[in-house]
Design a binder for this molecule. Structure first.
Ligand SMILES: Cc1ncc(COP(=O)(O)O)c(C=O)c1O
Length: 486
């Protein structure tokens, strides 16, 4: 049975029994999803939606291998991790194999929030320091300990930042403090962290951790410039703190070339703690904190046991192992690279055509389209972004808009997303942008621009932005997916 209630009845019951702060996508006209398969979701009338936003259904919704693994283990045994069992050690071993050697000790939990909360405890216990440096616009989870370090959630003028929390500017070279025209944005953003450390130390405070997503997702799909994390790690370590990489959204091969997003920053950057969640169980609630022997030993030296009833149970571990197998067997990292590059190429063509697109940034299946009202001023096109996601929904495509101004269209589809899906998505986006620009008169502005030098300026500016974002863009890709070394 896929439906218990009519859609109207479901909405009514939801209003009555579910807390009003639990929001649904497309609140003005929510969709009722009754099943999903691969990269598609289906509503109560059997209408198919192309899913461009579910990074939890990492290897595809309802993947048969994952389901089989869960059922098989559930039929046999499910219990807590205080009994000796092979699946937890096997899974920990397989996870460690994907990480640099020093990251070899795992703690299993059930959500990204739990993982980040535990990461903070590990960091604080390590040298008995308390303070945390976080990035502006960051989101690290819904527990009290994480709301405190999630500026994305702090309400302006209402929430008072705790004295042990320090907020560093987001290393966003498109709309942040230092942009693509800065000679060394990575150094400049890292110096901001250094300044924070120095100020804190002057007041007698001690830095326990710097926490950041390897690429900021809720904060607007931001890719930090190359070299940023290395410098930050140097300053944080010098202050006796540790670096926590939050890979809850961006891990498990989403960026294609690497299994973990922090790895794209180079082999000379290794975080001290990595947290993971969402895609790990393909929808089954599971998460993990991986750290070094040294940090783990300091944690256990406190004498306090870490026990988590569900964390690392045999069913979760069987699911986790199946997810790892599918990523490998189906070459989903390769797919993220091939299709992701194709998608970025298509979107860059849209950028050249539409004045509403200010920036296209991304790697693999982590892509952001920054919409602007004005190319020079980069004024966020917030209302337009909302209009577009509703229009895309009418075309049966699920997208979301995020970032501090809610103007960045986010793409983070299941890893089985195809080139045909990408082409279809971009064709519909093109139509909607064309109609919107015609209605608002902005299309003319861009057409005039493209016939003048400013089009070249805009193209070279985005080339420059991408170069600063990195070596991640060292290889250019044609629309056919062939690589051209630059
Ligand atoms: C970067 C990041 N970290 C942590 C979390 C918290 O994960 P969960 O919702 O599983 O608790 C989220 C959730 O959106 C997230 O985006």
């Amino acid at each position: 049975m896929s439906e218990l209630y009519s859609k109207t009845e479901t909405i009514k019951l939801r209003k009555k029994h579910i807390g009003p702060s639990c929001k649904v996508f497309f609140a003005k006209d929510p969709i009722k999803i009754v099943r999903a398969q691969g990269q598609y979701m289906f509503d109560e009338n059997g209408e198919q939606y192309l899913d461009c936003i579910n990074n939890v259904a990492h290897v595809g919704h309802s993947h048969s291998e994952v389901i089989k693994a869960a059922v098989k283990q559930m039929e046999l045994l499910n219990t807590n991790s205080r009994f000796l069992h092979d699946s937890i050690v096997e899974y920990a071993k397989r996870l460690s194999d994907t990480l640099p050697e020093k990251l070899s000790v795992c703690y299993f939990a059930n959500s990204g929030s739990e993982a980040n909360d535990l990461a903070l405890r590990l960091a604080r216990q390590y040298r008995d320091h308390q303070d945390v440096i976080t990035l502006d616009h960051a989101y690290h989870g819904h527990l009290s300990s994480l709301i405190e370090i999630s500026p994305y959630k702090l309400r302006k003028g209402k929430d008072v930042k705790k004295e042990f929390v320090h907020i560093a500017p987001t290393p966003d070279i498109y709309r942040g403090k230092y942009r693509e025209d800065h000679p060394d944005p990575a150094g400049a953003y890292a110096d901001e962290v250094k300044k924070i450390i120095e100020e804190a130390q002057k007041c007698g405070r001690k830095i326990a951790a710097f926490i950041a997503e390897s690429m900021q997702s809720c904060g607007g799909q931001v890719i930090p410039p190359a070299g940023y994390f290395q410098k930050v790690a140097e300053y944080v370590h010098k202050a006796g703190g540790v670096v926590i990489a939050d890979e809850v959204q961006v891990g498990f091969g989403r960026i294609g070339k690497h299994f973990w997003s922090f790895q794209m920053h180079g082999e000379n950057f290794v975080p001290d703690i990595v947290t993971m969640g969402k895609p790990m169980g393909n929808g089954h609630p599971m998460s993990c904190v991986v750290t070094t022997q040294e940090i783990a030993e300091a944690f256990s030296a406190s004498g306090m046991e870490y026990f988590n009833t569900y964390g690392g149970n045999p069913v979760s571990c069987a699911v986790g192992l199946a997810v790892l197998d599918v990523i490998e067997k189906e070459d989903l990292q390769g797919n993220a690279t091939r299709v992701g590059n194709y998608l970025i190429e298509l979107l860059n063509k849209q950028k050249a055509k539409h004045s509403l697109i200010g920036d296209v940034r991304g790697i693999g299946f982590f892509i952001g389209i920054d919409l602007v009202k004005n190319q020079q001023k980069r004024t966020p096109a917030t209302a337009e972004a909302q209009h577009i996601i509703y229009k895309m929904k009418e075309q049966r495509i699920l997208l979301s808009a995020d970032g501090p101004h809610r103007n960045v269209l986010k793409l983070k589809p299941p890893m089985c997303f195809t080139k045909d899906n990408a082409k279809f998505m971009v064709e519909q986006l093109d139509k909607i942008l064309t109609a919107l620009e015609e209605a608002t008169g902005t299309r003319t502005e861009r057409l005039n621009e493209t016939s003048s030098d400013s089009a070249n300026d805009s193209a070279s500016q985005s080339e420059n932005t991408n170069k600063k974002r990195n070596g991640y863009y060292a290889e250019k890709h044609t629309v056919t997916g062939k690589r051209i070394k630059t």
